[in-house]
Design a protein. Structure first.
Length: 546
């Protein structure tokens, strides 16, 4: 874990409060061993025994002798639960930053310094969080302990309305601490996070996510808080949602391969979003899966998991309406990876489970029909329309070009967006200015008649563009094209999108399409089509499926 150190003196105190009940005292010596290795020494550790605990107190006395330089104190309160123990610990804490790890959470050596740096770099931040590792009894890491609603480095904080993503081990500034709810029997960290986040309507203002693992946590054990929440899931989640006024939806949206699509859909139709609805009991009437991958990843196979199988598991033990919305990349995978035998197995599963199939557009509906999959057209619209401003005086073309890393770690453009062909087009049209967007890795690069802008604010930049060029080897209904159309811009695509100029992947034809767009001026037809695809219309269409 690498981090810069913006200051020399550790002048901020971390207060670490660990509630202990029952056999969890057995983890205290391991906890102390990890904590003693911290490269940020300015901390205090407070242990609160939830009920009389002679054995635990003896362990703490031993720890104080083994680590004489460690600031350790302990208190015993009448048994009242973990929340009461944490709240009592908070009254004894002297630190600037407060953290509440369980006894079986082991903080890594660089963690406190990284958190302190993050707080120091931005005074507006009041909570820092990230991921953690799950470990087996032998100490080996088995995987990440939580998924994160993270898209292009941005967290979709409304996801916290439906499930928890942040452990209580992650610190909060003292002046933003809110007491734990002593009536919350489990899922206490989730309740705590919602209490903070709802103050700013789940914007995440004041929260900073760092994509790193900061501690190790042992697997949940029988009789613990995780076991309680698992055994009483509906009752515990009802308590939290009722308390915070979070409405219950009869639809749950999920997406294993395109979560950003899933989050937007959930917001548009007023549904819940969960990474895997079948993991816990629920009362949903419909599960709505955005994207259905048919490619079997070799790495996943080596672990005994098939990508297609994991998508099927979304509907395990569910008798309500089951909906799959196919997007462009899914259909491309069907072309490339679905053998006749595999396709027949999938279609049999579709029939047995009475799957309702949706397609983004009439052209993807026709593609699915070739595979024997009958789908209704339900365009997923853009969540934003942009003002139809006057076209810029100089004709310019915007191109979405994301980048990723190859197996050797080299940053390269995504090949599905035809970067080599695009390069030849740009070279053959020196009189036109081309702008790439969608990749901060190459932001600022420019030469002759092209420039990389990185991620852009569409509201700011669409008025500066005349045209959107989208060359792909396969596509569904591209949201960015709808955004350009909504502002009356010309759009050139390799799919028959209404209101756009259609082209194949021939260099000469693409050049002619760009010249046509240059002559076309303001795109009234495209603007009218895009603006018909409203979130309200889409919401009504999806809710009619229940």
């Amino acid at each position: 874990m690498k981090t810069k150190n913006p200051y020399e003196r550790e002048d901020k105190l971390f207060s670490i409060c660990t509630p202990i009940y029952g056999v969890t005292y057995k983890h205290l010596e391991t906890f102390a061993k990890y904590l003693s290795q911290s490269d940020y020494p300015n901390y205090e550790w407070i242990v609160v025994f939830d009920g009389k605990h002679k054995r635990g107190e003896r362990v703490i006395e031993k720890i104080k002798k083994d680590y004489p330089d460690m600031q350790v104190s302990y208190y015993t309160i009448p048994h009242a639960g973990a929340c009461a123990a944490r709240n009592y610990g908070a009254t004894k804490m002297k630190g600037d930053y407060l953290t509440f790890p369980g006894g079986d959470c082991y903080i890594y050596p660089q963690t406190l310094r990284t958190w302190a740096n993050a707080f120091s770099e931005d005074p507006e931040i009041y909570r820092v969080w990230g991921t953690y590792d799950l470990i087996k009894e032998d100490g080996s890491i088995m995987g990440i302990g939580l998924s994160v609603p993270n898209y292009n480095g941005k967290i979709w904080y409304p996801a916290f309305k439906y499930t928890n993503y942040c452990d209580g081990t992650f610190p909060v500034k003292r002046d933003h601490f809110v007491p734990y709810d002593v009536n919350c029997k489990s899922l206490q960290d989730w309740d705590w996070a919602i209490t903070m986040l709802k103050k700013d309507n789940f914007s995440g203002k004041g929260w900073k996510f760092i994509n790193d693992s900061f501690f190790a946590a042992e697997l949940p054990k029988k009789g613990g808080l995780s076991d309680d929440s698992h055994s009483n899931w509906i009752e515990r989640t009802d308590y939290i949602r009722n308390k915070h006024g979070i409405p219950k939806s009869d639809i749950c949206v999920t997406s294993l391969g395109a979560p950003s699509h899933g989050w937007k859909v959930a917001e548009m139709i007023g549904a819940d979003y969960l990474p895997m609805p079948s993991f816990k009991p629920h009362r949903y009437k419909m599960i709505y899966l955005i994207g259905f991958y048919t490619k079997e990843d070799q790495q996943a196979q080596s672990a005994g998991v098939y990508v297609t199988k994991s998508h099927m598991q979304v509907f395990d033990n569910f008798n309500g309406k089951k909906v799959i919305h196919w997007i462009g990349s899914d259909i491309l995978q069907l072309y490339k990876n679905a053998s006749f035998e595999k396709l027949e197995v999938m279609k049999k599963w579709f029939r047995e489970n009475k799957i309702i199939h949706l397609a983004e557009a009439d052209f993807t509906q026709e593609e699915l029909k070739k595979f024997g999959i009958k789908a209704k057209v339900a365009p997923i619209p853009s969540t934003k329309f942009y003002d139809p401003t006057e076209l810029p005086k100089e004709f310019s073309v915007a191109i979405y070009m994301p980048f990723s890393q190859d197996p050797q770690g080299k940053v390269i453009p995504d090949q599905i967006y035809c970067p080599n062909l695009t390069d030849t087009i740009i070279k053959s049209m020196p009189d036109i200015k081309f702008y790439f967007y969608g990749a901060d890795q190459v932001k600022g690069s420019k030469k002759d008649n092209w420039e990389y802008l990185g991620y852009i604010d569409m509201k700011e930049w669409i008025p500066k563009f005349s045209c959107n060029l989208r060359l792909t080897t396969h596509d569904g209904l591209p949201i960015s094209c709808l955004e350009f159309l909504s502002a009356g811009r010309q759009v050139i695509t390799t799919v028959p999108l209404k209101g756009a100029i259609y082209t194949d992947l021939d260099r000469k034809n693409i050049v002619e399409a760009i010249r046509k767009a240059q002559r076309g001026g303001f795109n009234t037809k495209g603007m009218r089509y895009a603006r018909k695809l409203t979130p309200e219309r889409y919401k009504k269409q999806i809710r009619r499926l229940i």
